[in-house]
Structures are given as C-alpha cells and as structure tokens.
Design a binder for this molecule. Structure first.
Ligand SMILES: N[C@@H](CCC(=O)N[C@@H](CS)C(=O)NCC(=O)O)C(=O)O
Length: 240
C-alpha cells in the first residue's frame, strides 16, 4: 500500500486548500489533512522551512506525495491532474489547463484583496475604507470580466459535456465550481444579479456539485463551511 497524500493547509477554513481537496476527493484517493490532526501544525510549519525540507513553500497549500513536496495550488493541481486522470494528456491540453488554473488563481487573489487591499498582515478593520473601494471595483469590473472569460471558455469548448476542456471533467472544472461557490458566498447579491449572464458556468457548477464523490464530500464534515477567516468572506458592507 502506498502512503496517503499529506495535505498541509491551515485548519479552520477552506482557503486555497479547498482547490486541492476537491481534486483529491473527486479522484477518490486517500489523504491526510495534516493540520486538522493532533500535533499537525509543526509538520505544516516544517513544509515551509528551508532548514527542514529541500523545497520549502512560501505558503500553504503544500502536498506531500511520497518523496515529493509540492507547493503552489496550481502546481499541485497540475501534478494531481496528470496522476489521477483529471487533466488532458496532450502537452497542448495540459498547458491550457495550467493557463486556466493560473487565471483562476489571479481572481482568487483579487477576491482576497477585496478585504485586504492594503496588507495581508493588517486587520480588515484597519483597512475597511480601502476595502470598500476595492470591493466595489471587484464587483462591478473584475468579477464580470473574469466570469465573461470563463463563460466563453466553457461555451466555446468543442468537447461535449459542458466542461472547460475537452469532453471530460478536469481539475479546472472543480476549481471553477469552487470559485463560483466562494463568490456566491462573498457577494450573493452581485452573483444573483449576474446569474443569467453565465448559463454555461452555472450549469458546470451544478454538474460538478452532482458528481458522486464531490457530492459526498460536500455533505461530509471534511467540507468546512465558508467563513470570515478565508479568501471568500461575506462582509455585507462590501456589497453596498
Ligand atoms: N500562490 C499561492 C498563494 C498561497 C497563499 O497565499 N496561501 C495563503 C493561505 S490561502 C497563506 O498562507 N499566505 C501567507 C502569506 O502570504 O504570508 C497558491 O496559489 O498556492
């Protein structure tokens, strides 16, 4: 038997770890969410420490796969996609998946910056005024621009089935599900208003949510609820 994957990610929130969890859950492979175990934090911290590991990450999520220690969400997904049939096999297809995932990472970073526009290290309460301005621009300009782009990708994909790439589910579809889920939580009014504009993305969202492994995961205790420690935070004042 092979050692299960070890996922290093902060406990108590979905965060960027969730993009990795969804891929692991869909693939049906065993993994340990290390920081949620007793004494898991020192192991998480070691994955960031260049004195302890050969390839330290700047920040979680980090995935341990046997002797490999992999950082950066997009990099981890590229690895899992190839290993578990969640990515195209051709070079062109793999690069396209990676490109889309990097674009998802871009909007995820911008979603984070709506509540921390000045500094990740400062409290939200100390940057509320700037957060308001940043969130307004994100809601009015950036969400539509990114979602138009992804809607076009799904709509123009010649593969049948309503996926982002080809005719099969990939990790990009799982991440688009998580992106929409997070945006709906953080900006419910904005997303409700925009819903009619993104029929292909919303159909993809439903399709992913109904995958047996994903659906079982979403019902499980392993799926933590969205909260205000995370990337996607619901502050009603940021949607006024
Ligand atoms: N580009 C990285 C970003 C990783 C990241 O920012 N992780 C957050 C948690 S979601 C963190 O712990 N950041 C600490 C920091 O930036 O100092 C990725 O996509 O994995």
């Amino acid at each position: 038997m092979t050692t299960p994957y070890q996922l290093y990610y902060w406990d108590g929130l979905q965060g960027r770890g969730e993009f990795v969890r969804l891929a692991l859950e869909e693939a049906g492979v065993p993994y340990v969410d290390v920081a949620r175990q007793k004494k898991g934090m020192p192991a998480l911290m070691a994955s960031l420490d260049g004195d302890k590991v050969a390839h330290p990450s700047f920040a979680p999520p980090v995935l341990q796969a046997g002797a490999l220690l992999i950082g950066q969400t997009t990099n981890i997904l590229m690895f899992l996609g190839a290993k578990h049939g969640l990515a195209p096999r051709s070079l062109e297809g793999r690069l396209w998946a990676n490109q889309l995932q990097l674009t998802i990472a871009d909007i995820v970073a911008e979603a984070h910056d709506t509540h921390h526009p000045i500094s990740t290290n400062a409290y939200y309460e100390d940057q509320k005024r700037e957060a308001k301005a940043r969130a307004k621009d994100f809601r009015e300009q950036r969400i539509p621009k990114f979602l138009d782009y992804f809607e076009g990708v799904v709509q123009r994909n010649p593969g049948r089935g309503g996926y982002a790439i080809g005719a099969r589910l990939s990790y990009v579809d799982l991440s688009l599900f998580q992106l929409i889920d997070g945006l709906r939580y953080a900006f419910p009014k904005t997303m409700a208003k925009l819903a009619a504009t993104y029929p292909h993305l919303l159909a993809l969202y439903d399709k992913v949510a109904q995958r047996p492994n994903v659906a079982a995961y979403l019902r499980s205790k392993r799926r933590l609820p969205h909260n205000e420690s995370c990337i996607f935070r619901h502050y009603p004042e940021l949607e006024k």
